[in-house]
Design a protein around this ligand. Structure first.
Ligand code: ADP
Length: 394
């Protein structure tokens, strides 16, 4: 009687135990699944954070005006920012390539070696030949991971090209100015010495020499005045007093000023500017533009020839003015260069005529400061016309 009861009890208890065990396993599995899920979430979050951090870093590195390059201890590129790619004209991904393969600069490879030995190299100048040669200043430092497992070199490149160009322009300008100042000065000194050596005793010779000295002293004065004008215009110190001016009257004033000079070369000056044309300009500066252009046309045009000053309305708010001569003209290859400081077609002729080599450069500056443009048209043997644009004055 007891056996069946015991068997039933064993079955029931066994069932309960099995159920209990199954439930426990299920709970443990659930916990495990939960933990795995949490872990995965943490990993995703970490990954996203890392990715965000990397994007932030990339943005910062790419916004640098300096080129940035990281090379590992095997000399392979690990990272290059977009400025570096631009500086070296790189269009592909260079990561993993050797320095020489990636940037083709043996000079840079040598610098990397030097840096590894010294730990740090600063102020190294690198010349990148090619279209528009570039000058880069490179600073390089080696680094080692905190666990000292990996080492590498960080290069920072500063583009000095523009700075070097400006420096060369400045040097060229100083050399030109010194030369221009020295020539009349040494001539003056030469004449003074000859006078002192006895030429002063002959009144006719003395007068001639003194006149020459005066001419060169005048040249020095013009040169210094033009230099000051250029320097003021370039530094933006000139405050323009824009007014509506009658262009014909402005041209007439210049014709009056230059009448004697024109007469000396039997040049006829013709003011053909329409009477009702107004321009918006600074009066003194406009006078300077017209004076320089008409003076050049007299100096370099044909003796006995004609100089025509004209203008027309070009657009609703723009006028085009010109000064035309019938002289020997300007060869096409010198067309743009005549606006450069100290450029002359015929140095001796310009000097003889009292030129400083700065007249057209001043014209260009002034017209540009009015928002206009200058250009020239010339045919050899036929003459030259200088054109300029200015805002219309109402
Ligand atoms: P410069 O003081 O020598 O006249 P500019 O800057 O005014 O300097 O002119 C530069 C050069 O351009 C002159 O030396 C001259 O060779 C040339 N030039 C200027 N105007 C004319 C012109 N109307 N016809 C021919 N050559 C000209």
């Amino acid at each position: 009687m007891l056996w069946p009861f015991l068997t039933l009890l064993a079955v029931v208890t066994g069932g309960l135990v099995v159920r209990y065990l199954l439930q426990r396993e299920y709970a443990v599995r659930e916990q495990l699944r939960h933990a795995q899920l949490e872990l995965a979430q943490v990993r995703v979050a970490e990954h996203t954070e890392l990715a965000e951090e990397q994007t932030k870093q990339q943005t910062v590195f790419n916004s640098l005006v300096e080129g940035l390059l990281i090379v590992d201890e095997h000399g392979q590129v690990q990272y290059a920012n977009s400025t570096l790619e631009h500086l070296f004209g790189v269009t592909q991904d260079i990561r993993g390539r050797t320095l020489l393969e990636a940037l083709r600069s043996p000079q840079l490879v040598a610098l990397a070696r030097q840096t590894l030995e010294a730990g740090r190299v600063t102020g190294f100048e690198l010349l990148l030949p090619g279209i528009g040669e570039r000058v880069l200043q490179v600073n390089a430092t080696t680094f080692r991971d905190p666990d000292r497992a990996h080492a590498g070199t960080v290069f920072v490149f500063h583009d000095l090209t523009r700075l070097k160009q400006l420096e060369n322009l400045r040097k060229e300008f100083v050399a030109n100015v010194s030369h221009e100042l020295r020539t009349p000065l040494s001539l003056i000194k030469g004449y003074v010495e000859t006078l002192l050596d006895g030429a002063k005793d002959d009144p006719a010779v003395a007068t001639r020499f003194l006149q020459t000295i005066e001419k060169h002293a005048d040249r020095l004065t013009f040169l210094i005045e033009d230099l000051l004008t250029i320097s003021r215009l370039e530094s933006g110190q000139v405050l323009m007093n824009f007014q509506t001016l009658n262009l014909r009257s402005q041209a007439e004033a210049v014709v009056d000023d230059l009448a004697t000079r024109a007469a000396e070369r039997q040049v006829t000056l013709l003011n053909e500017v329409p009477p009702d044309l107004g321009v918006r300009a600074d009066g003194d500066r406009l006078q300077q533009v017209l004076f320089n252009l008409v003076d050049n046309a007299i100096k370099y045009g044909r003796a006995g020839g004609q100089v025509r000053i004209g203008a027309r309305r070009l657009q609703a708010d723009l006028i085009e003015g010109w000064v035309a001569d019938d002289g020997p003209g300007i060869p096409a290859e010198a067309g743009e260069r005549v606006f450069e400081r100290f450029y002359r077609l015929d140095r001796a002729r310009s000097r003889d005529a009292g030129g400083t080599g700065l007249g057209l450069s001043i014209v260009k500056h002034i017209i540009q400061a009015h928002g206009g443009e200058v250009r020239l048209q010339s045919e050899l043997g036929q003459g030259t016309t200088f054109f300029y644009t200015l805002p219309l004055g109402l």
